[in-house]
Design a protein around this ligand. Structure first.
Ligand SMILES: [Fe+2]
Ligand SMILES: [Fe+2]
Length: 181
C-alpha cells in the first residue's frame, strides 16, 4: 500500500541528495555560484515550497485529529526546525550578492549557513523517518493515508514558481552528477 509517510520519505531521498551536493561544495575556493543559487531556488520551491508545505499544511494538521499536538512533542520540534532551516537559507541567499560584489568574507558565511542547513535537515529527516513517521503509521488508518495522498497529489501538481516537482527533482539529480554524489 502506498502511504502518506512513504510519499514524504520519497521526498526525503531527493532532499538528502541535495544535502550531499551542498556538502561537496562547502569549502571550495572558487565555487560555481550559479550552483549555489540553483540550490537556494530548489530548497525554496521544492524542499520548503512543496515538501515542508505538505507536512505543515496537510500532514501535521491531520495528525492533530489523531491525538498529536502542534505545540508540544515531536510535531512542534519538526515545525521549529523548518523555521530554523529557513533562517539558514536566508543567510545563504543574503551573502550571494555580497560575494558576487567582491566581498570574499561572504563566502565563509555562505558556507557556514549551507553547513548549518545540511546538518539540521539531515538530523531532521532522520527524526521524521525513524520516529515521527513511525508514530504516525501507528495512528493513521488506511483511509487516513488515502485522504492525505489525495491532498499531497494536489500540492505536487500545483505550479511551483513556474516549474513542476519533477523538474526540481531532475535539477537535483543533475547537480548530483556534476558533484559525483
Ligand atoms: Fe519536516
Ligand atoms: Fe520531511
Amino acid at each position: 500500500m502506498n502511504t502518506a509517510t512513504k510519499n514524504l520519505e520519497d521526498d526525503h531521498v531527493h532532499i538528502l541528495l541535495l544535502l550531499e551536493v551542498m556538502k561537496r561544495i562547502i569549502g571550495s575556493d572558487k565555487p560555481d555560484i550559479s550552483h549555489i543559487e540553483n540550490i537556494v531556488d530548489i530548497i525554496r520551491n521544492f524542499a520548503d515550497g512543496l515538501h515542508h508545505a505538505k507536512e505543515e499544511n496537510q500532514f501535521f494538521p491531520f495528525l492533530t485529529k489523531r491525538g498529536f499536538s502542534l505545540t508540544q512533542g515531536p510535531v512542534a520540534v519538526m515545525l521549529h526546525e523548518h523555521v530554523e532551516g529557513r533562517e539558514f537559507v536566508k543567510g545563504i541567499e543574503a551573502n550571494i550578492p555580497l560575494y558576487k560584489g567582491g566581498n570574499t568574507s561572504a563566502l565563509g558565511k555562505i558556507y557556514s549557513n549551507m553547513a548549518g542547513y545540511a546538518d539540521l535537515l539531515h538530523n531532521h529527516i532522520g527524526k521524521e523517518n525513524n520516529i515521527l513517521f513511525r508514530m504516525a503509521d501507528n495512528a493513521l488508518s488506511e483511509s487516513d493515508h488515502k485522504d492525505l495522498l489525495i491532498k499531497f497529489g494536489e500540492a505536487e501538481n500545483a505550479d511551483l514558481s513556474g516549474s513542476s516537482a519533477e523538474e526540481y527533482i531532475k535539477r537535483i539529480q543533475q547537480l548530483a552528477s556534476v558533484y559525483g554524489v
